[in-house]
Write a protein that binds this ligand. Structure first.
Ligand code: SAH
Length: 253
C-alpha cells in the first residue's frame, strides 16, 4: 500500500473509538478471564494501541502503568487527548514505535496486550518476538483473525490465503502459543457485533464526511470501496471467521 493510501486510512480511522473489532465489554471479558485485578504498578504494554480503547480501560480499571505503542502519531495524538480527558495521563505513556522493534527491556512487563494488531507482523512472529519482554509468569493477551469452523467454502479459503495467510482455527493458534513457550490460559471468540456494531457501523457513518474532506478524490473513493467490500465480505461469511481472543502466560518464576 502506498503512503497516500495509508495516510487516507489513518485519516478515516483516527476519529474512531476503535480501529478494529472489539468493545469495552470484550476487553473487560479478557481481563476477567485472565484473572487481572487492580494492582498499582502493574506494567502493561498495549501494542498497536490505535486511539487507545484498550489502554484507557487497562489503566482506568487496573490502575496499571500502560505504555501505549503505535506506528502512527495521528493515532497517538488522539490517544493522548482521550487520556487527558479521562484523567489518566499519569498512567498512560504513548510511544511511537514499530511492534517489530519494541523499545522495552527484556523481562520487564507483567502484561502484553494487543487487540486487532498483531496481524501486522503475523501472529507467530509477534508472539515469538514479544515473549522476551514479559516477566516470568507474564500474560500475553491478543485478539487475532481465526477460523471459527473446521471447514469453509473454497473461495473463502482462497480470499484469506491472499489477504492474511496466517488465519487458522483456534486450536492451531493455541498450539502455536504452546510451541512458542507459552501456557494458554484462555480463549473466546468475539461476537459478530464486535465488528458490525462497534467497528463497521461507526466507520460507515464517517465515510460521507471523509469523502467531502478529500474532495471525493479517486484515492479517497478507493478507500471507501475497500471499506465497503470488507464489510460486505464479513456480512456474508462471519459464521466461518472472526477474531479470537487468546490469553497465555510465560512459564512462572
Ligand atoms: N488496538 C486498537 C487498534 C487496532 S488497529 C484497537 O483495537 O482499536 C491496528 C493498529 O496497529 C493501528 O492502530 C495501526 O496503526 C497499528 N500498527 C500497524 N502496523 C504497526 C506496526 N508495525 N507497529 C506498531 N503499530 C502498528
Amino acid at each position: 500500500m502506498d503512503m497516500d493510501a495509508l495516510t487516507l486510512l489513518v485519516d478515516l480511522h483516527r476519529d474512531g473509538a476503535r480501529q478494529g473489532p472489539g468493545s469495552d465489554a470484550i476487553t473487560r471479558q479478557a481481563m476477567a478471564l485472565a484473572g487481572l485485578t487492580p494492582q498499582a504498578g502493574l506494567k502493561i504494554a498495549d501494542i498497536g494501541c490505535g486511539t487507545g480503547a484498550s489502554a484507557l480501560l487497562l489503566a482506568g480499571d487496573l490502575e496499571a502503568e500502560v505504555t501505549a505503542v503505535d506506528l502512527f502519531p495521528a493515532f497517538l495524538d488522539k490517544l493522548q487527548a482521550r487520556t487527558a480527558e479521562a484523567g489518566l495521563s499519569s498512567l498512560i505513556t504513548p510511544v511511537e514505535a514499530s511492534m517489530a522493534a519494541l523499545p522495552f527491556e527484556p523481562g520487564g512487563l507483567d502484561v502484553i496486550w494487543s487487540e486487532g494488531a498483531i496481524y501486522n507482523i503475523g501472529f507467530e512472529a509477534g508472539i515469538a518476538a514479544w515473549k522476551r519482554f514479559l516477566k516470568p509468569g507474564g500474560l500475553l493477551a491478543v485478539s487475532e483473525l481465526s477460523w471459527f469452523t473446521a471447514e469453509r467454502p473454497a473461495e473463502l479459503e482462497a480470499y484469506w490465503s491472499e489477504q492474511y495467510p496466517g488465519v487458522a482455527p483456534a486450536s492451531a493458534k493455541i498450539a502455536q502459543l504452546e510451541e512458542a513457550g507459552y501456557t494458554p490460559v484462555g480463549y473466546f471468540p468475539l461476537p459478530a457485533s464486535a465488528w458490525l456494531d462497534q467497528y463497521y457501523a461507526p466507520t460507515q457513518a464517517r465515510l460521507p464526511a471523509f469523502l467531502d474532506r478529500h474532495g471525493h478524490s479517486e484515492a479517497a473513493r478507493t478507500v471507501v470501496e475497500m471499506e465497503q467490500a470488507e464489510l460486505a465480505h464479513f456480512e456474508a461469511h462471519h459464521r466461518y471467521y472472526g477474531y479470537g481472543f487468546y490469553l497465555a502466560r510465560t512459564p512462572g518464576p
